[in-house]
Design a binder for this molecule. Structure first.
Ligand SMILES: *Cc1c(COP(=O)(O)O)cnc(C)c1O
Length: 413
């Protein structure tokens, strides 16, 4: 197979001017992949800085609720900055050092990837610039504050719709002018080759650990694994170690938003509304209109709100290895409440998609089944969104008021 392709998906559709930079990046990545000392160095950083290996937690009270059907949770929420994003940024950071570059740039919507990148840059002594739509800057004051404290320059982008896609354009413009010294740190398993493969490689640490842990704790593999899918990096991370185990069902859960009938969702595969196209440097299923214009997407979880999906997942969908489902906003909030009150774990709204789908399916599974759910991140960041969804009026008003007082009107939906 042509390198950088997964079936018909993937590839490297980039402007000519970036060609040399990609050649250099691919060479550095392939060399690092062949060098076992690189992976050892990566493991050491993840152990000493990000607390890996993360636990595989047996969810006893959920298991009881489901009549003995066992539930295990892989705890990516316990990473540095509270999500699996640390796995990717630290890996790429090490690669940047290896290439001798001094600066990283990234674009961020909700701010989580910007935060993760800024922490990595501070730790590794790299200069860091984060592009963010001006509207997102208003909505995400707390993240902007921390990125600045970490030493990053946050540039609000005022062109276009002033959101993520405009930030992507500005970041690319920067890169074209600075590529000799600068690495563009992509946040998920999307974009032009080698990004999908490279990000999935760094994230594969999740599944490598989870496989070892379930064998230790149960002496057998799980029957089903659930993970939420935005760009697809946490899902690929946990799925990868189980791809060859045909007895293990892999379920990717997209953002069903307010329902799949209209366009207020971000489900490219489960909705069957995504069509194959080329954008953002690669070929995959995109949510686009008849003219190939990208649609506005919606999800209660900012991290899942993206028009494309990893080409690797598109391929695994076509081969039938991964089954795709979508969870609706309100199902996700209920799942969050159940996990919080029953296990003492506060999940991110993104991760709650995986739980919502798992909670639907587990009661239908055999009594002696084992399910594993990837908890991609923790939910503290979602306090304002969740407060809005709560029926508890006094708390809702209080939190809304505080949010506006501290961070301005834009912070609540
Ligand atoms: C960013 C994010 C996601 C979505 O990204 P993937 O690449 O699909 O994993 C999911 N969960 C959390 C907690 C995130 O921060």
């Amino acid at each position: 197979m042509k390198s950088g392709y997964f079936g018909v998906f993937g590839g490297k559709y980039i402007p000519e001017i970036l060609h040399e930079t990609f050649v250099q990046l691919i060479a550095a990545y392939e060399e690092a992949r062949k060098d076992p000392t690189f992976w050892d160095e990566y493991l050491a950083v993840m152990e000493n800085y990000s607390g890996r290996p993360t636990p595989l937690t047996f969810a006893g009270r959920l298991t009881e609720l489901f009549g003995g059907r066992k539930v295990y949770i892989k705890r990516e929420d316990l990473n540095q900055t509270g999500a699996h994003k640390a796995n990717n940024v630290m890996g790429q950071g090490l690669l940047v050092k290896r290439m001798g570059k001094k600066r990283v740039i990234a674009e961020t919507g909700a701010g989580q990837h910007g935060m993760a990148t800024a922490t990595m840059a501070a730790r590794m002594g790299l200069e860091c610039t984060i592009y963010m739509g001006a509207k997102d800057v208003e909505r995400q004051r707390p993240n902007v504050f921390w990125m600045q404290q970490l030493g990053a320059t946050v540039i609000p982008v005022t062109s276009g719709s002033q959101t993520l896609k405009d930030a992507i354009n500005e970041a690319l413009r920067d890169w074209v002018g600075s590529m000799d010294t600068t690495h563009y740190l992509l946040g998920t398993a999307c974009g032009a080759h080698p990004f999908p493969e490279m990000v999935a490689w760094f994230q594969s640490i999740i599944g490598i650990e989870a496989r070892r842990q379930i064998l230790q704790q149960e002496g057998r593999l799980p029957d089903r694994i659930f993970a939420c899918v935005g760009g697809g990096s946490n899902a690929l991370g946990i799925f990868h170690a189980f791809l060859e185990d045909n007895g293990v069902e892999l379920v990717g859960v997209e953002a069903g938003g307010r329902g799949l009938t209209g366009h207020e969702h971000a489900s490219r595969i489960a909705s069957q509304k995504g069509t194959v196209g080329v954008a953002h440097g690669y070929k995959t299923f995109f949510l686009q209109d008849e003219d190939g214009q990208m649609r506005e997407t919606h999800s209660v979880a900012a991290g899942l709100d993206y028009v494309g999906v990893s080409p690797i997942l598109s391929h695994l969908h076509t081969t039938g290895r991964v089954r795709f489902e979508a969870a609706l906003d309100h199902e996700v909030v209920s799942a969050l409440k159940l996990l919080t009150s029953r296990e003492g774990i506060i999940p991110a709204l993104e991760s709650s998609h995986a739980f919502a789908q798992a909670f639907k399916e587990i009661p239908q599974m055999p009594k002696d089944s084992i399910s594993m759910i990837n908890l991609s991140g923790r939910g503290d960041k979602d306090i304002f969104t969740i407060a809005e969804a709560l029926e508890d009026q006094p708390w809702r008003d209080f939190i809304r008021q505080k949010a506006i007082q501290y961070f301005g009107k834009g912070v609540t939906p």
